[in-house]
Every structure is written in C-alpha cells, then in structure tokens.
Design a protein around this ligand. Sequence first.
Ligand SMILES: C[S@@+](CC[C@H](N)C(=O)[O-])C[C@H]1O[C@@H](n2cnc3c(N)ncnc32)[C@H](O)[C@@H]1O
Length: 317
Amino acid sequence: MSDVFNEHLSYFQLPHRLDLYSDAIARSIKPGDTVADLGCGFGVLGMLCLKHGASHVWGIDDSEALHVARETVQRSGLSERYTCIASSSYKADLRQKVDVIICDHIGHFGADYGIIAMLHDAQKRLLKPGGLVIPRELRMEVAAVSSKAQAARVNLWSGTGSLPEFHWLREKSANTKHIVDFAADEIVSDACDLGSITLGAEAAQFFHFSATLTAAKDAEMHGLAGWFDCLLGGDVWMNNSPLKESSIGRSQAFLPLEQPIAVRAGDQLAVTIKMRPCDTMLAWTVENVTSGALVQKMSTWKGAIFDPDAFGQGNQK
Ligand SMILES: C[S@@+](CC[C@H](N)C(=O)[O-])C[C@H]1O[C@@H](n2cnc3c(N)ncnc32)[C@H](O)[C@@H]1O
C-alpha cells in the first residue's frame, strides 16, 4: 500500500489542482446531478462533486487506492451517496447513465495517460445524452529545450560509468518519453500550441501535429518539452507549463533528440508529433530549417524493448 499512499499523496500535494477542480465542478454541476469518477483513486474528485450538490457518485478504480476511497466515504458519512466500483472504467457497468463524467487522466503531455480513449469510451457507454465531461478540452504545447541534465540522462547508458555491454541502451533512451521537471531557463524557444482536442467526442485514430518553433536564444538543443493546458469546466483552465506561475507543478514530458542540434536565436525549428490515442506510442521529428541540419526522427516504437517470445521468436530450448 505504501506505493499507493505515496502516489496519491503526490497528487494531493500539487499546488492549485484541487482548487481548480473545485471551481470547475462548482461551475459545471447542477444540484442532483449523478457523476462517474473514472480512475477515482482516493475518491477526492467525486467527493468534491458531492460537496457541490451531486446526488450520487460512482467512483471507479482498478487499483487498491479504491480501498482508501471506500473507507474515506464511510468515515465521512457519505457512503449512501458514493458507490465504489473496483473495475477498469472500460468494463464498468453502472446500470444507469450519469449526468457528469470526471477524471484526472491528463498525464504530463496531456494525451499520454489515455484520457482521450478513456473519456470517449465512457461518454458512449456511461454518459446521458447532453451530459458533461470534466475536463472538456485539451491543448498540448511543445517548446525546444536545452538541458545538460536531461542530455546526461540519455547519455548515461553510453558514458564512462556504464558497462560497454549496455551501451546499446542509449538509443533506446533517446527514443523514450522521459518525465522531467524543467526550469523556465531550459526552454529555449517560444511555446507552440499543437491544437485543441475535444474530450469525450469521437477521437481520431491517429493525431499528427506540426509546429514551427522560433529559437529564443543561441543554445545547444537537446529535445522537446511537452506539457498541457486543459479546460476543466466553465472557464477554468489547468496547466503544467514550466513557464507559468499558475502551473499545478506536475512534471513535463521530455522528448529527446538522438543528437543535440546547435540553434541560434531566430532559427526556425520544424517539429512534428504523431500519436495514437489508444496507446502510449509517440513519434517526433525535429529539423532546424534555418541551418539545414539533418532532420531527426525519434519514436517510442524505436525505444521499445520487445519480448521475443511474444512474437514466437524466442530461443528454442
Ligand atoms: C492520476 S490518478 C488520479 C486519482 C484521482 N482521480 C485524483 O484526481 O486524485 C489515476 C487513477 O486511475 C486509476 N486508473 C488508471 N486507469 C484506469 C482505468 N482505465 N479504469 C479505472 N481506474 C484506472 C489508477 O489506478 C489511479 O488510481
């Protein structure tokens, strides 16, 4: 249980997050509304809905965090208005449709924790026609980063401290999405909004975003930083930008380059990001259009390490 305590404590400690959810709920929920809280964890979002007038909440979670939600609603005298369902949201059956669906499945880059597929599935199966989804709109933002610390993390596998047998892991690490806390001065371009995704709606099978970033200073670029800005409800937005004081302080995504790129202030950097909402696969390319440096193509597919037995190619014994 200690891992679960620590995981959920870290969510509770994020600055602004619960106040923003509380504001959004107050602006979205009508007295008597019924709510499904997907991935409810300790149950906090559903309990906020009850405080703001919801008549009943179904808290759905597939981990042992649900035991804490159950005990907490009992201790708070809310158990008649809160039903715990130990299940994946994809399998949950509430026997009736609800007025509101709520979750915090926003991840670090916004769409990297499965929120698009989760809310689309729940909207079709669990939500009344015309019902509300919280959060309702997702924006993903990217910027160029220069971070010696993150470059060192990728290079660790091929560095002097690493056994030569493991040097092949450097390529894997360069093709991995890392979770990182960037300082504002590590961002070396403008931040570009990749576009808006309406949550709960029919999702595209595949997203292909492109952006042109402008370098803000001369630097050695080591990759892209990705974060989100998300409309929870009403006009309440929540972000984890390393550039904004209003950030909830959740870490950002780091998408490395295979090799650093030298950039000069004003250089134009063409970026593409491809992703599928049904899984965590991401592909990204970066090109310094101004200097004409070679385009670099990275993907979590190249970073994956597969079990050969799963493909029937394992060593025969
Ligand atoms: C980021 S935590 C959020 C917890 C809580 N909603 C909050 O805001 O503090 C996500 C929770 O969702 C659960 N979870 C992840 N995917 C799920 C799914 N498809 N169905 C049910 N629970 C899920 C995890 O076990 C975890 O407890």
